[in-house]
Design a protein around this ligand. Structure first.
Ligand code: TTJ
Length: 677
């Protein structure tokens, strides 16, 4: 602290000298100018683009310097301000960029950082730099691409200031005041000559920094660096937000799972340094089916994964298999879970800090360092195994999730085989039970999936055979005590349905489909809708427990294995009436209790109520008039959310527990179909 004064004086005199000598450039000065000029000539080479992405990149470049200071342990707060004139100010409470002369450049530390390409990395005290990865082109690039840049360093009770224009110093580093704070503040005005977009008429349009874009990245930065406080303010709209997470990436996982149902709480979290690599992971399983693993190296998102991800995944698969076997949660004869089985529904962040990251691949978003794989794997194995031992209840639920995933995978495999066979058979073999319609235009055709042969009989007689087909499904499937997802495909009824509907996998995916997940996994977009035989698939079941059961089963099937049908709005639930109320010549059909009460109130005492216990009890004409006639019926279009919900409770319904099953059915009357009409 005490001996910095003479050094500072020295800098100022040097800066003055440089200014005084005017064109007296040294060799290194020329290099520098050429360097920064090159940045202005080919900005895309340094920041990827001169559009919105590149513009925001400038902010990250500056912020990364402050984050490095935080990683080194000297900075706790970073503020980012979008100013009224669209300039951006970044300030931290770190040690401040050094102001003394750097031997190699003959300039102050500050000027070196802002005028020498790639100089930034040489000044860090921290081992793990944000820079050096995808970003890391350095502050000098930001300076070169800014119309103006002002830096202030708060050090040794002084305020040092320097201004640059398009990368060139506008005067030397000067002391402009005194202060008791420490840190660095940089304000830059991105150069409009460099940054712009074009509109439809190919005219240049100005681009400005956007709140949402910065907010997302800065929030992520705060998650990735626990304890770090980042404030984002926008003076253009008087808006301000603070990102600060003591839980770090564990908080990140909670944030990501905010809209999902977690299987255990809180997320699993561990951090460990081994052989100079810091491994930090947070994981939490949810009732979702997709896996969401985000990986980072030195705070940079490695979208293409790499060695850290491989190590993490290997550990996960092994540890969960070992645990399940050791604790007899799976049978000895059962095969091991695959990686996909154990990752179903997992949300995880894997964040490693490496001193010399090697980025590979097309977009340089994959970590290549070989040693990181083994380190991540061993750390994850040890920590995860410990956690499972200490949390047996959650561990059991996680294993149960993997078991469920495996069943679904096996079911998907069977379905794939089944659908392929169907595609080979073409449409030549329609199921014998199908009462098809005569029209061949799918756009006009409907198929009723009807529960039970007797209801099927009524429907066949009551329908309009030109455009309405009937496929009766036997209720037998309901009597299986514990139906595993696999059983769906063993079931002749479901096979008949696949054939009747014309569910065929798209050609190209049939050929090349190298995805190990199987062709018909959730989110599958691989159903060939051009082969679909009806554009209205109407589920028509009784409004009772068994009816809701088969409806759920069908919805689950569509959700998992034919989701495009739902997404295209081809799947419906028929709304048969629950009651018929008669008084004299007047006949009213009631589709719910509410309507029944209203009708009874109107018609009074002497009305005769008939309760339909099932579709089979209805006369064919009654069924037509109340449920099938497009003029008078009400159909409920199935949404992906409905089906997803059905899929979610699949296990509950299929399970043996009677209590939850009944509760579910009561709570989900909307799926069962008692709609207000
Ligand atoms: C480097 O090692 C010696 C003490 O100071 C360290 C340093 O440079 N810290 C530092 C740099 N803190 N903050 C910065 C910084 C902040 C902004 C906003 C912009 C730039 C280019 C650097």
């Amino acid at each position: 602290m005490t001996n910095t004064k003479p050094k500072t004086a020295q800098i100022e005199s040097q800066a003055d000298q440089a200014g005084a000598t005017g064109g007296g450039y040294t060799a290194s000065t020329i290099d520098v100018l050429e360097g920064l000029e090159a940045v202005r000539v080919r900005p895309g080479m340094y920041i990827g683009s001169t559009g919105p992405r590149g513009l925001h990149h400038l902010v990250y470049e500056i912020v990364d310097n402050s984050v490095d200071e935080a990683l080194a342990g000297y900075c706790k707060n970073i503020s980012v301000t979008i100013n009224e004139d669209d300039s951006v100010t970044v300030e931290d409470d770190g040690r401040g960029i050094p102001v003394d002369i750097v031997e190699k450049t003959g300039k102050s530390g500050v000027e070196t950082v802002f005028t020498v390409l790639h100089a930034g990395g040489k000044f860090g005290g921290g081992v793990y730099k944000v820079s050096g990865g995808l970003h890391g082109v350095g502050a000098s690039v930001v300076n070169a691409l800014s119309e103006k840049l002002e830096v202030e360093v708060f050090r040794d009770n002084k305020v040092y200031q320097q201004v640059y224009r398009r990368g060139q110093p506008d005067g030397g580093l000067k002391v402009t005041g005194s202060t008791d704070k420490r840190g660095t503040r940089v304000t830059f005005w991105p150069d409009d000559e460099i940054f712009h977009d074009v509109n439809e008429d190919n005219e240049r349009v100005k681009i400005v920094v956007e709140w949402d874009v910065l907010a997302t990245r800065l929030r992520e930065m705060a998650f990735l660096n626990k304890g770090l406080r980042i404030t984002l303010s926008d003076r253009r709209q008087n808006k301000s937000e603070e990102y600060h997470y003591e839980g770090g990436i564990a908080s990140y996982v909670e944030y990501l799972n905010n809209t999902r149902t977690a299987i255990h709480k809180p997320p699993i979290y561990f951090e460990m340094e081994r052989e100079g690599v810091v491994v930090e992971c947070a994981l939490q399983w949810t009732d979702m089916y997709a896996e969401s693993i985000y990986t980072f190296v030195n705070n940079i998102n490695t979208h293409d994964g790499g060695t850290h991800l491989t190590g993490f995944r290997n550990a996960l698969t092994r540890v969960i298999n070992d645990y399940a076997r050791k604790n007899a949660l799976i049978k000895e004869s059962d095969a091991n879970f695959t990686g996909e089985d154990v990752r179903e529904g997992l949300t995880a962040i894997v964040s490693v800090k490496v001193s010399d990251p090697q980025f590979e691949g097309q977009t340089k978003e994959r970590l290549g360092n070989r040693e990181v794989q083994g380190i991540t794997q061993s750390v994850t194995s040890e920590k995860l195994a410990d956690w499972l031992e200490l949390n047996p209840k959650a561990a059991k639920d996680i294993v149960a999730k993997a078991i469920q995933a495996r069943q679904a995978r096996e079911a998907a495999h069977k379905a794939k085989v089944l659908v392929r066979r169907q595609s080979a058979l073409e449409n030549s073999s329609l199921p014998g039970k199908l009462a098809d319609c005569s029209d061949r235009d799918p756009g006009r055709c409907e198929i009723y999936l009807v529960e039970g042969d007797s209801a099927g009989g009524s429907a066949k007689q009551g329908r309009n055979r030109t455009f309405q087909a009937i496929l009766p499904l036997r209720g037998k499937i309901l009597n299986v005590e514990r139906v595993q997802p696999t059983k769906i495909y063993d079931n002749a009824e479901v096979q008949a349905m696949i054939q009747a509907l014309g569910l065929v996998v798209k050609e190209e995916e049939e050929e090349g489909g190298g995805k190990s997940t199987g062709l018909l996994r959730p989110n599958a977009e691989n159903i060939d809708l051009s082969r679909l035989r009806y554009h209205k698939v109407i589920i028509m079941t009784d409004a009772d427990v068994d009816g809701s059961h088969i409806r759920t089963l069908l919805l689950t099937f569509f959700f998992r294995y034919a989701r495009p049908l739902i997404e295209h709005g081809y799947v419906y639930i028929a709304q048969p009436p629950l009651y018929k109320v008669e008084k004299g010549k007047r006949v009213e059909y009631c589709y719910n209790e509410h309507k029944l009460e209203a009708v009874l109130a109107e018609l009074g005492e002497k009305a005769v109520i008939q309760r339909f216990k099932g579709l089979g009890e209805m006369m064919p004409e009654q069924l037509w008039e109340t449920t099938m006639n497009p003029e008078t019926r009400t159909l409920k279009k199935v949404t992906v959310e409905d089906a997803s919900e059905a899929d979610h409770i699949f296990d509950l319904l299929m399970g043996e527990a009677v209590g939850p099953r009944r509760e579910f059915i009561e709570a989900n009357a909307h799926l069962v179909g008692n709609l207000d009409v």
